[in-house]
Every structure is written in structure tokens, then in C-alpha cells.
Design a protein around this ligand. Sequence first.
Ligand code: ACO
Length: 310
Amino acid sequence: MLNVGILGMGSYVPENVITNVDMEKKIDTSDEWIKTRTGIEERRFAPEHHDTSHMSYLAAKDALEMANILPEELDLIVVATVTPDRPFPSVSAVIQDQLGAKKAAAMDISAACSGFMYGMITAKQFIQSGDYKYVLVVGSEKLSKLINWDDRNTAVLFGDGAGAAVLGQVSEDKGILAFELGADGGGCEHITQEGPHLTMNGREVFKFAVRQMGESALSVIEKAGLTKEDVDYLVPHQANIRIMEASRQRLDLPEEKMAKSVHKYGNTSAASIPMTLVDELKNGKIKDGDIVVLVGFGAGLTWGSVVLRW
Ligand code: ACO
């Protein structure tokens, strides 16, 4: 069977840094509370005129450049987002035009913070079947526009940004080795959008995430025919350092083997895993041949795990 992997990645990080001290000026909170409960120190907010499609476009351009693929060569664009510019047309259609990806089909995926995992696995199926050669997958969010400034429980958690990957065929021993996607719609009320704002039952989401991330990561490692000792690097969804630590401990990994960007970006939902991957590639933490485990969870409730040999 054809092996499918990541050929290139890119990200877009908005310039505007909002620190916890800035948050203290807006709502009844403290740097100390946010840091100890979540691990977040600052987050980025995109300017008003930069919507999700703009961030997606910038991340996608870098991913194409790193993959050395022309936009015209793309067969499909998948954008994972819960904060599209508008309900329709899709963000993917908007960037298809901006990129000049003339022959690419375009669709958005709504799986919240697991969206990038769902997007990657969708891409894998199209490529593995031989129908498509190159698929662009983007995770992009402008969560700042959903923040309820009267709700300190959620206002401090989220940030904006985008990450993208071009997927295609890779050499035999590389690429996606196993995956698991899942959903439990019974928990759909735990994190949702009510009117213009995001609402969340933090404790329920916390319990679900701690349980599901560890279980899903372990099961996908086993599916790949590996053991937790084989794992070189864990890239969990960056929602809360305590949730991330719980999954690291389930895999018995030392601290230096887990990617961390929650302190600087907050929770960027579908963008969190690709943005973090790009940072870890840039700083040399992920090396050729490494076994990398990606684990996401989010609204739906949904989850998704992928094991890759880089
Ligand atoms: N500043 C100060 N105090 C606060 C704040 C704040 N920003 N927010 C809440 N508090 C207070 C609460 O009011 C509460 O006070 P009380 O006991 O007097 O009522 C106290 O802090 C403790 O609240 P808890 O809910 O017990 O805090 P907890 O330790 O559970 O942390 C948190 C809350 C951070 C939200 C945690 O539950 C969490 O991370 N949950 C998971 C959230 C998550 O991952 N969401 C993303 C899902 S992904 C997606 O699809 C987008």
C-alpha cells in the first residue's frame, strides 16, 4: 500500500501578543490563576481585518513552499475550522482561489480541536486510493471572535492562528503508520457556540480529555505495532498543560519528549497541532525517522490520534 506523509508544513502566528497581564485589565482574573490552571502565559489575536481564510492562506503558502509543490498541483484543499469567515462559502474555497490552486477540490471540516487529525486522515484516504496526489490540510482558527468577555472561565483560554501541511506519497518506511478518529456526540453540550459566543463546561471537558487522550494515544501506538518505548515525540492538542501532562505520563515519556506551545499561543483549536509541529520542526526537536504521536480532542466531543514516522 502507498505510504502517505507530510511533505511540507507552514504556520501563521498573528503578531498581536495578549499577555495574562493584559487579560487582568479586561476581566477579573490573574496571571497566577491562568498560569497555574492552564499553563497559558500569552496568546495571539489576529487583527479584525485578518479572518480565518487570510491566516489559512499565509500558512498554506509556506507549507507549499517547504513541500516544493505548486498550488496548481494540488488535488484537494481541506480546511479544519470552527471559526470560518462565514458559514458558506467554505474557507477552503476562498483560499483555493487566493492560492491559484486551479484544479483543487475544496471542503471544510468541522471537528473542533480534532479537526487537523480528521483532515489529515481524509487526505490520507484520497492519496492512498491513488485518486489524488497532493492534498493541502489546514487547521485555522480565529477564536478571539467567539470570546465572551463576561465569562472569565473561557475568555482566558483561546487564541488565533493557523497551521498547514501538504500531504503526499512518502518512502516506504515513513508517513502515517496508524490512526484513530472518534466521537461522542452525547457530550455535545459541554463545549459549543451559543449565539455569538463559545460556552464550555470546563470540568467535564477536562475529565473527558484526560481520559480520552491517554487511551487514544496508547491504542494508536499499539495499532502501529509499536510500544510506548518506541515513541520519540508526543504532540498533544495544546488546551491545558495539566491535560497534556496527564497524556505524557500515560505514555511514560520524559518532559523533553512532549511538544509545548500552550504557554505562548493558548488554545488555538484546529490550528494547535500543526502550529506546534511547525515550531518543533524549526527548533530541530523532530528529526528524520522519529516516531511522532499526534493527539487531539475537542468539541463534538471528538478525538483523533495519528502515529507517524517522520
Ligand atoms: N480567573 C480567575 N478565576 C477563575 C477564572 C479566571 N480566568 N476562571 C475560573 N475561575 C475560578 C472559578 O470561578 C472557580 O471559582 P469558584 O470555585 O469560586 O467557583 C475557580 O476558579 C476554579 O474553577 P474550576 O472550574 O474548578 O477550575 P479548573 O481547575 O477546573 O480549571 C479550566 C478550569 C482551566 C477551564 C479547566 O477545567 C480546563 O482546562 N478544562 C478543559 C477545557 C478545554 O480543554 N477546552 C477546550 C476544548 S477544545 C475545543 O474544542 C475548543
